[in-house]
Write a protein that binds this ligand. Structure first.
Ligand SMILES: *[C@@H]1O[C@H](CO)[C@@H](O)[C@H](O)[C@H]1NC(C)=O
Ligand SMILES: *[C@@H]1O[C@H](CO)[C@@H](O)[C@H](O)[C@H]1NC(C)=O
Ligand SMILES: [Zn+2]
Length: 172
């Protein structure tokens, strides 16, 4: 499929799968990871395969929604409270109608998606960390790169990541 057509389908799909609670949704996140995988070199593919759990055979799509799934009692009944700290890492907000992102104001102590992408990029590359930590870093990274490209996930505080914006016809 030509790239233009692929990207068009991607946006079409992304628009359909955006839901209220789960950002892109599982299909959208899998799709973002799948597109990313088409750009990997052979050595990057091997690197990723070695980092991810063996049972996904290097397929990043299969774990692309993990950072969402760990947050909620329906997908992680026992452990979901342990991951509460990671909720602010899925988005970044600027004050309403302020279009300039200022990290010192909007991402205090790197506690936002921009900080998370930097943190997990560094941790993924840090060979001093153990395998579990680097595996977690890659899974967070794949997901947050998807989230940061989601329309309105870098938005105004009162939008709630776009959740307060109606995309449908208000008359209907
Ligand atoms: C990777 O996983 C996704 C989601 O489970 C699946 O749709 C896709 O076919 C898989 N790709 C490969 C190359 O196995
Ligand atoms: C970086 O990631 C680690 C491991 O998940 C986490 O404990 C730490 O709080 C993160 N730091 C920042 C600044 O996000
Ligand atoms: Zn998310």
């Amino acid at each position: 499929m030509p790239l233009g057509k692929l990207i068009f389908h991607f946006f079409l799909l992304a628009t359909i799968v955006v839901t209220k609670t789960h950002s892109w949704g599982a299909v959208g996140h899998a799709f973002v990871a799948r597109i990313a995988m088409t750009f990997l070199t052979d050595s990057s593919k091997t690197f990723i395969k070695d980092i991810l759990p063996w049972y996904v055979y290097g397929n990043m799509s299969m774990l692309a929604s993990w950072p969402d799934n760990i947050l909620y009692p329906d997908t992680n009944p026992v452990g979901y409270l342990n991951w509460d700290w990671s909720k602010p890492l899925h988005y970044v907000n600027t004050p309403d109608y302020v279009c300039q992102y200022v990290p010192s104001r909007d991402c205090v102590e790197d506690n936002c998606i921009d900080g998370a992408i930097q943190n997990y990029t560094k941790r993924l590359a840090n060979t001093a960390l153990d395998h579990v930590q680097r595996q977690e870093a890659l899974q967070f990274l794949v997901h947050y790169v998807g989230d940061i490209h989601q329309p309105l996930h870098s938005g105004f505080t009162s939008d709630r990541g776009g959740n307060s914006v109606r995309g449908d016809d208000p008359e209907s």
